[in-house]
Write a new protein. Structure first.
Length: 592
Protein backbone atom coordinates (compact mmCIF):
# COMPACT_ATOMS: atom_id res chain seq x y z
CA UNK A 1 0.00 0.00 0.00
CA UNK A 2 2.38 2.66 -1.27
CA UNK A 3 0.11 5.72 -1.03
CA UNK A 4 2.63 8.41 -0.13
CA UNK A 5 6.08 9.09 -1.52
CA UNK A 6 7.62 8.21 1.84
CA UNK A 7 9.80 5.37 3.12
CA UNK A 8 8.44 4.62 6.58
CA UNK A 9 11.19 2.08 7.28
CA UNK A 10 13.89 4.75 6.88
CA UNK A 11 11.64 7.69 7.92
CA UNK A 12 12.47 9.78 4.85
CA UNK A 13 10.93 10.90 1.58
CA UNK A 14 11.44 8.62 -1.37
CA UNK A 15 12.77 9.83 -4.69
CA UNK A 16 9.84 8.40 -6.67
CA UNK A 17 6.82 6.16 -6.36
CA UNK A 18 3.59 6.31 -4.39
CA UNK A 19 0.01 7.07 -5.35
CA UNK A 20 0.41 10.77 -4.53
CA UNK A 21 2.98 10.90 -7.35
CA UNK A 22 0.95 8.76 -9.73
CA UNK A 23 -2.06 11.05 -9.28
CA UNK A 24 -0.66 13.92 -11.45
CA UNK A 25 0.04 11.38 -14.21
CA UNK A 26 -3.56 10.19 -13.95
CA UNK A 27 -4.91 13.73 -14.24
CA UNK A 28 -2.72 14.37 -17.31
CA UNK A 29 -3.68 11.13 -19.05
CA UNK A 30 -7.38 11.79 -18.58
CA UNK A 31 -7.25 15.25 -20.17
CA UNK A 32 -4.98 14.55 -23.15
CA UNK A 33 -6.32 15.45 -26.62
CA UNK A 34 -8.12 12.61 -28.33
CA UNK A 35 -9.17 10.85 -25.12
CA UNK A 36 -12.91 10.30 -25.42
CA UNK A 37 -13.17 7.90 -22.49
CA UNK A 38 -10.78 6.76 -19.75
CA UNK A 39 -10.97 4.05 -17.12
CA UNK A 40 -8.85 3.93 -13.95
CA UNK A 41 -8.19 0.40 -12.69
CA UNK A 42 -6.19 -1.16 -9.85
CA UNK A 43 -4.74 -4.66 -10.03
CA UNK A 44 -4.40 -5.69 -6.39
CA UNK A 45 -1.82 -6.09 -3.62
CA UNK A 46 -2.93 -2.64 -2.54
CA UNK A 47 -3.91 -3.24 1.09
CA UNK A 48 -0.62 -4.67 2.40
CA UNK A 49 2.98 -3.62 1.81
CA UNK A 50 3.90 -0.66 4.02
CA UNK A 51 3.53 0.25 7.67
CA UNK A 52 0.58 2.49 6.76
CA UNK A 53 -1.22 -0.64 5.60
CA UNK A 54 -0.26 -2.51 8.77
CA UNK A 55 -1.58 0.26 10.98
CA UNK A 56 -4.79 0.75 8.97
CA UNK A 57 -5.54 -2.97 9.32
CA UNK A 58 -5.50 -2.57 13.13
CA UNK A 59 -7.88 0.42 13.16
CA UNK A 60 -11.37 -0.92 12.37
CA UNK A 61 -13.04 2.27 13.52
CA UNK A 62 -11.24 4.54 11.02
CA UNK A 63 -11.98 4.99 7.30
CA UNK A 64 -9.32 3.14 5.34
CA UNK A 65 -6.80 5.50 3.65
CA UNK A 66 -6.58 3.36 0.51
CA UNK A 67 -10.28 3.57 -0.20
CA UNK A 68 -10.39 7.30 0.53
CA UNK A 69 -7.58 7.75 -2.00
CA UNK A 70 -9.37 5.58 -4.57
CA UNK A 71 -12.55 7.59 -4.03
CA UNK A 72 -10.75 10.89 -4.59
CA UNK A 73 -9.12 9.65 -7.81
CA UNK A 74 -12.35 8.14 -9.15
CA UNK A 75 -11.37 4.53 -9.76
CA UNK A 76 -13.67 2.51 -12.00
CA UNK A 77 -12.86 -1.03 -10.82
CA UNK A 78 -10.48 -2.84 -8.48
CA UNK A 79 -8.94 -6.30 -8.72
CA UNK A 80 -7.49 -8.34 -5.85
CA UNK A 81 -3.97 -9.69 -5.33
CA UNK A 82 -2.69 -12.44 -3.08
CA UNK A 83 -1.26 -10.04 -0.48
CA UNK A 84 -4.67 -8.43 0.00
CA UNK A 85 -5.60 -11.54 2.02
CA UNK A 86 -2.59 -11.36 4.39
CA UNK A 87 -4.49 -9.66 7.21
CA UNK A 88 -7.38 -12.14 7.07
CA UNK A 89 -10.86 -12.15 5.55
CA UNK A 90 -12.42 -10.02 8.27
CA UNK A 91 -10.03 -7.14 7.62
CA UNK A 92 -10.42 -7.55 3.86
CA UNK A 93 -14.21 -7.47 4.17
CA UNK A 94 -14.09 -4.30 6.21
CA UNK A 95 -11.80 -2.54 3.75
CA UNK A 96 -13.73 -3.59 0.64
CA UNK A 97 -17.01 -2.39 2.13
CA UNK A 98 -15.57 1.12 1.69
CA UNK A 99 -14.66 0.64 -1.99
CA UNK A 100 -15.98 3.42 -4.26
CA UNK A 101 -16.36 1.09 -7.27
CA UNK A 102 -16.82 -2.59 -8.14
CA UNK A 103 -14.26 -5.01 -6.68
CA UNK A 104 -13.69 -7.96 -8.99
CA UNK A 105 -12.10 -11.39 -8.57
CA UNK A 106 -13.21 -14.01 -11.06
CA UNK A 107 -11.40 -17.05 -9.67
CA UNK A 108 -11.64 -16.66 -5.87
CA UNK A 109 -14.84 -17.82 -4.18
CA UNK A 110 -15.92 -17.66 -0.54
CA UNK A 111 -17.44 -20.97 0.51
CA UNK A 112 -20.09 -19.23 2.60
CA UNK A 113 -21.16 -17.09 -0.36
CA UNK A 114 -20.44 -13.79 1.41
CA UNK A 115 -17.55 -12.48 -0.69
CA UNK A 116 -17.50 -8.66 -0.87
CA UNK A 117 -16.26 -8.91 -4.44
CA UNK A 118 -17.99 -9.97 -7.63
CA UNK A 119 -16.97 -12.38 -10.36
CA UNK A 120 -17.20 -9.72 -13.06
CA UNK A 121 -18.24 -6.14 -13.56
CA UNK A 122 -19.94 -4.41 -16.47
CA UNK A 123 -19.28 -0.71 -16.86
CA UNK A 124 -21.71 1.18 -19.09
CA UNK A 125 -20.03 4.33 -20.34
CA UNK A 126 -20.98 7.08 -22.75
CA UNK A 127 -18.67 7.86 -25.69
CA UNK A 128 -19.21 11.17 -27.46
CA UNK A 129 -17.78 11.85 -30.92
CA UNK A 130 -18.76 14.83 -33.09
CA UNK A 131 -21.57 15.67 -30.65
CA UNK A 132 -23.01 12.18 -31.09
CA UNK A 133 -23.27 10.12 -27.91
CA UNK A 134 -23.23 6.33 -27.96
CA UNK A 135 -22.95 3.73 -25.21
CA UNK A 136 -20.00 1.45 -24.64
CA UNK A 137 -20.39 -1.69 -22.56
CA UNK A 138 -17.10 -2.70 -20.92
CA UNK A 139 -16.60 -5.99 -19.13
CA UNK A 140 -13.99 -6.38 -16.39
CA UNK A 141 -12.68 -9.68 -15.08
CA UNK A 142 -9.88 -10.26 -12.58
CA UNK A 143 -7.81 -13.19 -11.33
CA UNK A 144 -5.09 -13.95 -8.82
CA UNK A 145 -2.71 -16.93 -8.34
CA UNK A 146 -4.33 -20.16 -7.11
CA UNK A 147 -1.30 -20.42 -4.78
CA UNK A 148 -2.98 -17.74 -2.65
CA UNK A 149 -4.76 -20.63 -0.93
CA UNK A 150 -1.40 -22.17 -0.02
CA UNK A 151 0.43 -19.01 0.99
CA UNK A 152 -2.32 -17.98 3.41
CA UNK A 153 -3.68 -21.43 4.18
CA UNK A 154 -3.70 -20.66 7.92
CA UNK A 155 -6.42 -18.05 7.40
CA UNK A 156 -8.13 -19.23 4.18
CA UNK A 157 -8.35 -23.04 4.45
CA UNK A 158 -11.97 -24.19 4.61
CA UNK A 159 -13.24 -20.68 3.87
CA UNK A 160 -12.34 -20.08 0.23
CA UNK A 161 -11.37 -21.80 -3.01
CA UNK A 162 -9.47 -20.46 -6.01
CA UNK A 163 -9.81 -21.67 -9.60
CA UNK A 164 -7.12 -21.68 -12.25
CA UNK A 165 -6.61 -18.28 -13.84
CA UNK A 166 -7.12 -19.19 -17.50
CA UNK A 167 -10.11 -21.48 -16.89
CA UNK A 168 -11.87 -18.85 -14.79
CA UNK A 169 -11.11 -16.14 -17.33
CA UNK A 170 -12.42 -18.24 -20.21
CA UNK A 171 -15.75 -18.81 -18.46
CA UNK A 172 -16.02 -15.17 -17.39
CA UNK A 173 -15.31 -13.91 -20.91
CA UNK A 174 -18.15 -16.10 -22.16
CA UNK A 175 -20.51 -14.58 -19.57
CA UNK A 176 -19.44 -11.04 -20.39
CA UNK A 177 -19.96 -11.64 -24.10
CA UNK A 178 -23.41 -13.04 -23.39
CA UNK A 179 -24.16 -9.81 -21.52
CA UNK A 180 -23.36 -7.84 -24.67
CA UNK A 181 -19.98 -6.38 -23.70
CA UNK A 182 -18.20 -4.54 -26.50
CA UNK A 183 -14.84 -4.57 -24.76
CA UNK A 184 -13.28 -6.85 -22.11
CA UNK A 185 -10.39 -5.91 -19.82
CA UNK A 186 -8.61 -8.47 -17.65
CA UNK A 187 -7.01 -7.44 -14.36
CA UNK A 188 -4.51 -10.28 -14.05
CA UNK A 189 -2.60 -10.28 -10.78
CA UNK A 190 -0.19 -12.63 -12.50
CA UNK A 191 3.08 -12.49 -14.38
CA UNK A 192 4.89 -14.11 -17.31
CA UNK A 193 6.01 -17.74 -17.37
CA UNK A 194 4.79 -20.70 -19.45
CA UNK A 195 3.55 -19.98 -22.94
CA UNK A 196 0.64 -22.40 -22.61
CA UNK A 197 -1.97 -22.83 -19.93
CA UNK A 198 -1.20 -25.29 -17.13
CA UNK A 199 -3.07 -26.42 -14.02
CA UNK A 200 -2.67 -24.11 -11.00
CA UNK A 201 -0.55 -21.72 -13.03
CA UNK A 202 0.80 -18.83 -10.96
CA UNK A 203 2.00 -16.61 -13.83
CA UNK A 204 -0.46 -17.03 -16.65
CA UNK A 205 -0.45 -13.78 -18.64
CA UNK A 206 0.92 -15.29 -21.86
CA UNK A 207 -1.85 -17.93 -22.26
CA UNK A 208 -4.35 -15.40 -20.96
CA UNK A 209 -3.40 -13.03 -23.78
CA UNK A 210 -4.26 -15.78 -26.27
CA UNK A 211 -7.85 -16.09 -25.05
CA UNK A 212 -10.32 -14.87 -27.64
CA UNK A 213 -12.43 -12.02 -26.34
CA UNK A 214 -9.90 -10.32 -24.03
CA UNK A 215 -9.01 -6.92 -25.46
CA UNK A 216 -6.50 -5.64 -22.86
CA UNK A 217 -4.63 -6.99 -19.83
CA UNK A 218 -3.31 -5.23 -16.77
CA UNK A 219 -0.69 -7.64 -15.36
CA UNK A 220 1.08 -7.63 -12.00
CA UNK A 221 2.35 -9.82 -9.17
CA UNK A 222 5.99 -10.14 -10.30
CA UNK A 223 6.87 -6.39 -10.13
CA UNK A 224 8.26 -6.28 -13.67
CA UNK A 225 7.73 -3.40 -16.05
CA UNK A 226 5.86 -4.12 -19.26
CA UNK A 227 6.39 -3.11 -21.95
CA UNK A 228 10.08 -3.48 -21.24
CA UNK A 229 12.59 -0.83 -22.19
CA UNK A 230 15.79 -2.59 -21.20
CA UNK A 231 17.16 -5.98 -20.22
CA UNK A 232 17.16 -5.28 -16.50
CA UNK A 233 13.49 -4.31 -16.30
CA UNK A 234 12.29 -7.47 -18.02
CA UNK A 235 14.77 -10.16 -19.04
CA UNK A 236 12.22 -12.14 -21.05
CA UNK A 237 12.52 -11.28 -24.74
CA UNK A 238 8.94 -12.49 -25.33
CA UNK A 239 7.50 -9.55 -23.45
CA UNK A 240 9.60 -6.62 -24.63
CA UNK A 241 6.83 -5.35 -26.89
CA UNK A 242 3.56 -3.64 -26.01
CA UNK A 243 1.51 -6.56 -27.38
CA UNK A 244 1.58 -10.18 -26.30
CA UNK A 245 -0.08 -12.47 -28.83
CA UNK A 246 -1.77 -9.40 -30.24
CA UNK A 247 -3.19 -8.24 -26.90
CA UNK A 248 -1.94 -5.04 -25.23
CA UNK A 249 -0.45 -5.81 -21.82
CA UNK A 250 0.89 -3.43 -19.21
CA UNK A 251 2.62 -4.15 -15.88
CA UNK A 252 3.52 -0.92 -14.07
CA UNK A 253 6.50 -1.91 -11.91
CA UNK A 254 6.38 -1.79 -8.12
CA UNK A 255 5.44 0.48 -5.20
CA UNK A 256 3.73 3.02 -7.45
CA UNK A 257 6.80 3.50 -9.64
CA UNK A 258 4.88 3.83 -12.92
CA UNK A 259 1.45 4.48 -14.35
CA UNK A 260 0.47 1.90 -16.93
CA UNK A 261 -1.38 3.20 -19.99
CA UNK A 262 -3.31 1.11 -22.51
CA UNK A 263 -4.55 3.07 -25.52
CA UNK A 264 -7.36 1.53 -27.55
CA UNK A 265 -8.77 3.02 -30.73
CA UNK A 266 -12.26 1.69 -31.32
CA UNK A 267 -14.41 1.53 -34.41
CA UNK A 268 -18.16 1.05 -34.41
CA UNK A 269 -19.42 -1.50 -36.91
CA UNK A 270 -22.63 -1.46 -38.89
CA UNK A 271 -24.14 -3.69 -36.23
CA UNK A 272 -23.60 -0.93 -33.68
CA UNK A 273 -20.95 -2.90 -31.76
CA UNK A 274 -17.55 -1.47 -30.90
CA UNK A 275 -14.33 -3.26 -31.81
CA UNK A 276 -10.64 -2.56 -31.20
CA UNK A 277 -8.99 -1.15 -34.31
CA UNK A 278 -5.56 -0.28 -32.87
CA UNK A 279 -3.96 -0.90 -29.48
CA UNK A 280 -0.83 0.07 -27.63
CA UNK A 281 0.59 -0.14 -24.10
CA UNK A 282 3.12 2.12 -22.40
CA UNK A 283 4.49 3.15 -19.00
CA UNK A 284 4.95 6.60 -17.49
CA UNK A 285 7.40 6.86 -14.56
CA UNK A 286 6.64 8.97 -11.52
CA UNK A 287 8.81 11.90 -10.52
CA UNK A 288 8.92 14.16 -7.46
CA UNK A 289 5.65 15.96 -8.33
CA UNK A 290 2.85 15.08 -5.89
CA UNK A 291 -0.87 15.74 -5.90
CA UNK A 292 -1.38 18.36 -3.17
CA UNK A 293 -5.04 17.47 -2.54
CA UNK A 294 -4.33 13.75 -2.14
CA UNK A 295 -1.29 14.48 0.02
CA UNK A 296 -3.49 16.60 2.31
CA UNK A 297 -6.18 13.90 2.32
CA UNK A 298 -3.64 11.39 3.60
CA UNK A 299 -1.83 13.74 5.98
CA UNK A 300 -3.40 12.39 9.17
CA UNK A 301 -2.72 8.78 8.16
CA UNK A 302 0.84 9.72 7.26
CA UNK A 303 1.37 11.37 10.66
CA UNK A 304 -0.18 8.42 12.52
CA UNK A 305 2.02 5.98 10.62
CA UNK A 306 5.19 7.91 11.41
CA UNK A 307 4.23 8.19 15.07
CA UNK A 308 3.60 4.45 15.38
CA UNK A 309 6.69 3.58 13.35
CA UNK A 310 8.91 5.62 15.64
CA UNK A 311 7.81 4.01 18.91
CA UNK A 312 10.85 2.64 20.82
CA UNK A 313 11.66 -1.03 20.29
CA UNK A 314 15.11 -1.76 21.71
CA UNK A 315 18.77 -1.15 20.99
CA UNK A 316 21.18 -2.33 18.27
CA UNK A 317 24.89 -2.56 19.01
CA UNK A 318 25.83 -2.74 15.32
CA UNK A 319 24.19 -1.68 12.05
CA UNK A 320 22.04 -4.29 10.30
CA UNK A 321 21.54 -4.20 6.54
CA UNK A 322 20.97 -6.49 3.57
CA UNK A 323 23.28 -4.90 0.97
CA UNK A 324 25.66 -7.88 1.04
CA UNK A 325 23.24 -10.59 2.13
CA UNK A 326 24.19 -12.87 -0.80
CA UNK A 327 27.94 -12.66 -0.22
CA UNK A 328 28.61 -11.94 3.45
CA UNK A 329 27.12 -12.32 6.97
CA UNK A 330 23.84 -10.49 7.44
CA UNK A 331 23.39 -9.28 11.03
CA UNK A 332 19.72 -8.53 10.45
CA UNK A 333 18.95 -12.08 9.36
CA UNK A 334 20.91 -13.40 12.32
CA UNK A 335 18.78 -11.29 14.65
CA UNK A 336 15.52 -12.53 13.09
CA UNK A 337 16.76 -16.13 13.22
CA UNK A 338 17.58 -15.79 16.92
CA UNK A 339 14.21 -14.16 17.67
CA UNK A 340 12.34 -16.98 15.94
CA UNK A 341 14.27 -19.61 17.91
CA UNK A 342 13.79 -17.78 21.21
CA UNK A 343 10.03 -17.55 20.58
CA UNK A 344 9.82 -21.27 19.73
CA UNK A 345 11.81 -22.82 22.57
CA UNK A 346 9.15 -22.41 25.32
CA UNK A 347 6.74 -24.51 23.26
CA UNK A 348 9.25 -27.37 23.06
CA UNK A 349 9.87 -27.58 26.82
CA UNK A 350 8.62 -30.76 28.49
CA UNK A 351 7.99 -32.41 25.12
CA UNK A 352 9.77 -35.21 23.28
CA UNK A 353 11.11 -32.58 20.87
CA UNK A 354 13.08 -30.73 23.57
CA UNK A 355 16.16 -32.89 22.95
CA UNK A 356 16.34 -32.17 19.21
CA UNK A 357 18.64 -29.45 17.85
CA UNK A 358 16.82 -26.21 16.99
CA UNK A 359 17.57 -24.48 13.69
CA UNK A 360 16.10 -21.24 12.33
CA UNK A 361 15.38 -20.46 8.69
CA UNK A 362 15.42 -16.90 7.37
CA UNK A 363 15.75 -15.28 3.97
CA UNK A 364 16.29 -11.70 2.71
CA UNK A 365 12.91 -10.00 2.27
CA UNK A 366 14.33 -6.62 1.25
CA UNK A 367 17.23 -7.19 -1.12
CA UNK A 368 16.67 -5.05 -4.20
CA UNK A 369 15.75 -7.16 -7.20
CA UNK A 370 12.58 -6.15 -8.96
CA UNK A 371 11.66 -3.80 -6.10
CA UNK A 372 14.50 -1.44 -6.99
CA UNK A 373 17.78 -0.09 -5.61
CA UNK A 374 16.23 1.48 -2.49
CA UNK A 375 14.56 -1.76 -1.35
CA UNK A 376 17.10 -2.95 1.22
CA UNK A 377 17.04 -3.37 4.96
CA UNK A 378 19.14 -0.61 6.53
CA UNK A 379 18.99 -0.32 10.32
CA UNK A 380 21.64 1.88 11.99
CA UNK A 381 23.30 1.07 15.29
CA UNK A 382 21.67 2.70 18.31
CA UNK A 383 18.08 3.05 19.57
CA UNK A 384 15.57 0.97 17.60
CA UNK A 385 11.99 1.87 16.66
CA UNK A 386 9.07 -0.18 15.38
CA UNK A 387 9.96 0.88 11.85
CA UNK A 388 13.27 -0.94 12.28
CA UNK A 389 11.43 -4.07 13.37
CA UNK A 390 9.36 -3.90 10.19
CA UNK A 391 12.48 -3.21 8.15
CA UNK A 392 14.01 -6.44 9.45
CA UNK A 393 10.86 -8.46 8.70
CA UNK A 394 8.34 -6.61 6.56
CA UNK A 395 5.54 -9.18 6.13
CA UNK A 396 2.77 -10.19 8.58
CA UNK A 397 4.06 -13.78 8.60
CA UNK A 398 3.43 -16.18 11.45
CA UNK A 399 5.82 -18.52 13.24
CA UNK A 400 5.86 -22.17 12.17
CA UNK A 401 8.04 -25.18 13.05
CA UNK A 402 8.79 -28.52 11.40
CA UNK A 403 10.71 -31.65 12.30
CA UNK A 404 12.98 -32.48 9.36
CA UNK A 405 15.73 -34.98 8.66
CA UNK A 406 19.27 -34.17 7.60
CA UNK A 407 18.48 -35.44 4.09
CA UNK A 408 15.50 -33.09 3.83
CA UNK A 409 17.57 -30.16 5.07
CA UNK A 410 20.20 -30.87 2.41
CA UNK A 411 17.57 -30.78 -0.36
CA UNK A 412 16.11 -27.58 1.09
CA UNK A 413 19.49 -25.89 0.94
CA UNK A 414 20.06 -27.13 -2.61
CA UNK A 415 16.82 -25.43 -3.65
CA UNK A 416 17.87 -22.20 -1.90
CA UNK A 417 21.29 -22.26 -3.61
CA UNK A 418 19.56 -21.92 -6.99
CA UNK A 419 19.63 -18.13 -6.53
CA UNK A 420 23.24 -18.10 -7.80
CA UNK A 421 24.23 -18.15 -11.46
CA UNK A 422 27.04 -20.44 -12.52
CA UNK A 423 30.10 -18.14 -12.66
CA UNK A 424 31.67 -17.23 -15.98
CA UNK A 425 35.00 -18.87 -16.89
CA UNK A 426 38.12 -17.54 -15.20
CA UNK A 427 39.02 -14.11 -16.50
CA UNK A 428 35.43 -13.28 -17.45
CA UNK A 429 32.79 -11.65 -15.26
CA UNK A 430 29.03 -12.17 -15.12
CA UNK A 431 26.21 -11.44 -12.70
CA UNK A 432 26.26 -13.31 -9.40
CA UNK A 433 22.50 -13.79 -9.04
CA UNK A 434 19.89 -15.38 -11.27
CA UNK A 435 17.20 -12.71 -11.72
CA UNK A 436 14.58 -15.37 -12.46
CA UNK A 437 14.87 -16.61 -8.85
CA UNK A 438 13.36 -14.33 -6.16
CA UNK A 439 15.90 -13.24 -3.57
CA UNK A 440 13.55 -14.33 -0.78
CA UNK A 441 14.09 -17.93 -1.94
CA UNK A 442 17.62 -17.80 -0.52
CA UNK A 443 16.93 -19.46 2.82
CA UNK A 444 19.76 -19.69 5.36
CA UNK A 445 19.59 -22.28 8.15
CA UNK A 446 21.10 -20.83 11.31
CA UNK A 447 22.53 -23.55 13.54
CA UNK A 448 24.18 -25.35 10.62
CA UNK A 449 27.34 -24.60 8.65
CA UNK A 450 27.76 -25.49 4.97
CA UNK A 451 29.45 -24.53 1.74
CA UNK A 452 27.72 -23.39 -1.48
CA UNK A 453 29.46 -24.10 -4.78
CA UNK A 454 27.77 -22.05 -7.56
CA UNK A 455 30.16 -23.51 -10.15
CA UNK A 456 28.13 -26.73 -9.94
CA UNK A 457 24.78 -26.80 -11.82
CA UNK A 458 21.65 -26.01 -9.82
CA UNK A 459 19.83 -29.08 -8.52
CA UNK A 460 16.28 -27.67 -8.66
CA UNK A 461 14.38 -25.34 -10.96
CA UNK A 462 12.22 -22.49 -9.66
CA UNK A 463 9.20 -24.80 -9.52
CA UNK A 464 10.98 -27.11 -7.07
CA UNK A 465 11.52 -29.88 -9.62
CA UNK A 466 14.74 -31.90 -9.69
CA UNK A 467 16.92 -31.01 -12.67
CA UNK A 468 19.48 -33.81 -12.36
CA UNK A 469 20.30 -36.23 -9.56
CA UNK A 470 24.04 -35.61 -9.89
CA UNK A 471 23.74 -31.81 -9.48
CA UNK A 472 25.00 -30.79 -6.04
CA UNK A 473 25.92 -27.32 -4.75
CA UNK A 474 25.82 -27.94 -0.99
CA UNK A 475 28.87 -29.42 0.71
CA UNK A 476 30.43 -29.72 4.17
CA UNK A 477 27.04 -29.70 5.92
CA UNK A 478 27.73 -29.73 9.67
CA UNK A 479 25.99 -29.22 12.99
CA UNK A 480 28.13 -28.39 16.02
CA UNK A 481 31.21 -29.31 14.02
CA UNK A 482 29.99 -32.81 13.12
CA UNK A 483 28.71 -33.92 9.67
CA UNK A 484 24.93 -33.99 9.41
CA UNK A 485 23.56 -37.51 9.08
CA UNK A 486 20.74 -38.00 6.58
CA UNK A 487 18.54 -39.61 9.27
CA UNK A 488 19.36 -37.10 11.98
CA UNK A 489 16.32 -35.09 13.10
CA UNK A 490 16.09 -31.35 13.70
CA UNK A 491 13.44 -28.85 14.74
CA UNK A 492 13.38 -25.95 12.29
CA UNK A 493 11.53 -22.71 12.99
CA UNK A 494 10.43 -20.75 9.90
CA UNK A 495 7.54 -18.65 8.55
CA UNK A 496 4.10 -19.75 7.38
CA UNK A 497 4.77 -18.59 3.80
CA UNK A 498 7.42 -21.26 3.39
CA UNK A 499 5.51 -24.05 5.16
CA UNK A 500 2.42 -23.22 3.11
CA UNK A 501 4.28 -23.82 -0.15
CA UNK A 502 5.72 -20.39 -0.92
CA UNK A 503 8.74 -20.66 -3.20
CA UNK A 504 7.93 -24.27 -4.20
CA UNK A 505 10.19 -25.92 -1.62
CA UNK A 506 8.43 -29.24 -2.13
CA UNK A 507 10.74 -31.16 0.21
CA UNK A 508 9.24 -29.32 3.19
CA UNK A 509 5.95 -31.15 2.65
CA UNK A 510 7.67 -34.21 4.12
CA UNK A 511 8.29 -32.42 7.42
CA UNK A 512 6.34 -33.07 10.62
CA UNK A 513 4.48 -29.89 11.68
CA UNK A 514 4.72 -28.81 15.32
CA UNK A 515 1.48 -27.27 16.66
CA UNK A 516 1.92 -23.63 17.66
CA UNK A 517 -0.46 -20.80 18.57
CA UNK A 518 -0.83 -17.84 16.23
CA UNK A 519 2.26 -15.65 16.67
CA UNK A 520 3.47 -12.95 14.29
CA UNK A 521 7.21 -13.01 13.60
CA UNK A 522 7.27 -9.22 13.88
CA UNK A 523 5.90 -9.56 17.44
CA UNK A 524 8.53 -12.15 18.33
CA UNK A 525 11.23 -9.92 16.88
CA UNK A 526 9.98 -6.91 18.85
CA UNK A 527 9.99 -8.97 22.05
CA UNK A 528 13.52 -10.16 21.34
CA UNK A 529 14.93 -6.74 20.52
CA UNK A 530 13.31 -5.19 23.60
CA UNK A 531 14.60 -7.91 25.93
CA UNK A 532 11.26 -9.56 26.68
CA UNK A 533 12.63 -12.77 25.13
CA UNK A 534 15.98 -14.10 26.37
CA UNK A 535 19.11 -14.06 24.23
CA UNK A 536 19.17 -17.15 22.04
CA UNK A 537 22.30 -19.25 21.40
CA UNK A 538 21.73 -19.06 17.64
CA UNK A 539 22.63 -15.37 17.66
CA UNK A 540 26.20 -16.34 18.60
CA UNK A 541 26.34 -19.29 16.18
CA UNK A 542 28.72 -19.11 13.20
CA UNK A 543 27.39 -17.64 9.99
CA UNK A 544 25.70 -20.62 8.30
CA UNK A 545 27.21 -20.64 4.83
CA UNK A 546 30.20 -19.69 2.77
CA UNK A 547 30.78 -19.65 -0.97
CA UNK A 548 33.27 -22.24 -2.18
CA UNK A 549 36.53 -20.56 -3.25
CA UNK A 550 36.82 -20.12 -7.03
CA UNK A 551 40.29 -18.67 -7.66
CA UNK A 552 40.60 -16.44 -10.70
CA UNK A 553 36.84 -16.02 -11.04
CA UNK A 554 34.73 -12.96 -10.28
CA UNK A 555 31.07 -11.91 -10.48
CA UNK A 556 29.02 -8.72 -10.31
CA UNK A 557 26.77 -8.08 -7.34
CA UNK A 558 23.98 -5.54 -7.92
CA UNK A 559 23.12 -3.81 -4.65
CA UNK A 560 21.81 -0.52 -3.30
CA UNK A 561 23.94 2.61 -3.70
CA UNK A 562 23.98 3.10 0.09
CA UNK A 563 26.06 -0.07 0.28
CA UNK A 564 29.05 2.21 -0.24
CA UNK A 565 28.68 3.24 3.41
CA UNK A 566 29.49 -0.35 4.43
CA UNK A 567 32.20 -1.42 1.99
CA UNK A 568 34.61 -1.91 4.89
CA UNK A 569 32.66 -5.13 5.63
CA UNK A 570 34.02 -6.57 2.37
CA UNK A 571 37.64 -5.74 3.15
CA UNK A 572 40.00 -8.26 1.58
CA UNK A 573 37.35 -9.51 -0.86
CA UNK A 574 38.86 -7.98 -4.04
CA UNK A 575 36.01 -5.53 -4.60
CA UNK A 576 35.81 -3.07 -7.53
CA UNK A 577 33.16 -0.33 -7.59
CA UNK A 578 31.75 -0.27 -11.14
CA UNK A 579 29.31 2.58 -10.47
CA UNK A 580 25.53 2.69 -10.89
CA UNK A 581 23.67 0.92 -13.68
CA UNK A 582 20.72 2.35 -15.63
CA UNK A 583 18.27 1.42 -12.83
CA UNK A 584 20.31 2.98 -10.05
CA UNK A 585 21.83 -0.22 -8.64
CA UNK A 586 25.42 -0.14 -7.47
CA UNK A 587 27.47 -2.78 -9.30
CA UNK A 588 30.36 -4.34 -7.41
CA UNK A 589 32.79 -6.76 -9.02
CA UNK A 590 33.76 -9.38 -6.45
CA UNK A 591 36.61 -11.86 -6.59
CA UNK A 592 35.32 -15.34 -5.86
Amino acid sequence: MQLTGFDYYADRRERSGGLTRIAPLIHTARTEPGVDLSLLLDNGDSIQGTQMGDIAAKRPEAPHPLMRAFTYLGYDALGLGNHDFNFGLEVLDRVLEQAPCPVVCSNAHRLDGTAPWQRMAILDREVRKASVATRLRIGVLAALPPQTMEWDAHILAGRMRVEGIVDAARETVSRLKAEGCDLIVALAHSGLAEAVAAPDQENAVIPLAALEGIDAIVAGHTHLRLPSHGPSSCPDRRVSEALIRGTPVVMPGHHGSHLGIIDLELQQGTDGRWRVDQANASLRPTDDCEDAVLTHLLAADHAATRAAANQPAGLAQEPMHSYFTFVAPDRGLAKVAAAQAAALRPFLESTALAELPVLSSVSPLKAGGRAGPDHYTDVPAGPLSMRHVADLHMFPNELRALVLTGAELREWLEMAAGVFLTPAPAGACDMLLDTSVPGHNFDSLYGLTYEINPSAPARYDTGGHLIAEENRRIGSLHHNGAPVNDRQKFVVVLNNYRTNGGGHFLMLKRGQPIPLPSLRIQSALHDYLSGRLPDDPLEQAPHPWRLAPMPGQSAILRTGPRARDHLDELAGRDVTDLGLDDEGFLCLRLGL
